[in-house]
Design a binder for this molecule. Structure first.
Ligand SMILES: Cc1cc2nc3c(=O)[nH]c(=O)nc-3n(C[C@H](O)[C@H](O)[C@H](O)COP(=O)(O)O)c2cc1C
Length: 192
């Protein structure tokens, strides 16, 4: 089983990055092959709605997205980690999400089964500074739609309020453990 973690925060070693590491460690300890990619340092252009993907089923923008598409399709579980910025994903995560319009087109225009015979799962990991009830509402809705377009089941989430300072989440070992356990659980469930 392959786990893919995508860290999108521009702050390496930040709260979502640490939660993602714990999730991948849990999955790895349960026997999965865990890989993490970090968007920082990659060249990813924003979608321009040129609509090429509607006809071709791939993206014509020349950057680092191709390898990410491949990894997403190969993974049994993809965990996307993004901080909340102004009640939404950070810009880096949103660029990736929008570039997955390719999969939306393949799913809903070309009616393609992306990975025949294989169920893939999606996990959302996020953190925000405030305690507001609705902090994750917008981003969760985006993830629901995102995973659906990628033909993934929305299998779980780790959403942490009230963490702002880099690494603050480490002061909440129970939450770090929840992320670790979710990684383990998802792998163990797939093995059942
Ligand atoms: C530009 C910007 C906008 C933010 N907007 C919000 C927000 O709307 N709600 C919130 O709860 N936290 C907000 N935050 C705080 C971050 O979500 C918080 O610090 C989070 O822990 C960062 O995660 P990271 O360490 O993984 O990058 C914002 C931070 C930045 C830099």
């Amino acid at each position: 089983m392959k786990l893919l973690g995508i860290s999108t925060s521009p702050r390496p070693g930040g709260n979502t990055d640490l939660l993602l590491d714990a999730f991948l460690r849990g999955g790895g300890d349960a026997g999965a092959e865990a890989e993490k990619i970090t968007l920082q340092g990659l060249k990813l252009l924003p979608c321009t709605q040129c609509d090429a993907c509607r006809e071709k089923g791939w993206c014509i923008l020349q950057d680092d997205i191709g390898a990410i598409y491949e990894k997403i399709l190969l993974a049994d579980v993809t965990a996307l980690a993004s901080p909340i910025y102004f009640m939404a994903h950070c810009a880096q995560a949103k660029i990736l999400i929008d570039r997955c319009q390719v999969f939306w087109a393949r799913t809903f225009i070309q009616k393609e089964i992306l990975t025949p015979g294989r169920t893939r799962q999606g996990v959302f990991i996020s953190a925000g500074a405030t305690q507001g009830e609705k902090v994750f509402a917008g981003a969760k809705l985006t993830m629901k739609y995102f995973f659906n377009s990628l033909q993934m089941v929305y299998a779980g989430e780790i959403l942490v309020n009230g963490v702002d300072v880099k690494g603050a989440v480490l002061k909440q070992p129970a939450i770090m453990n929840d992320a670790y356990k979710l990684g383990q659980k998802i792998v163990n469930q797939a093995a059942d």
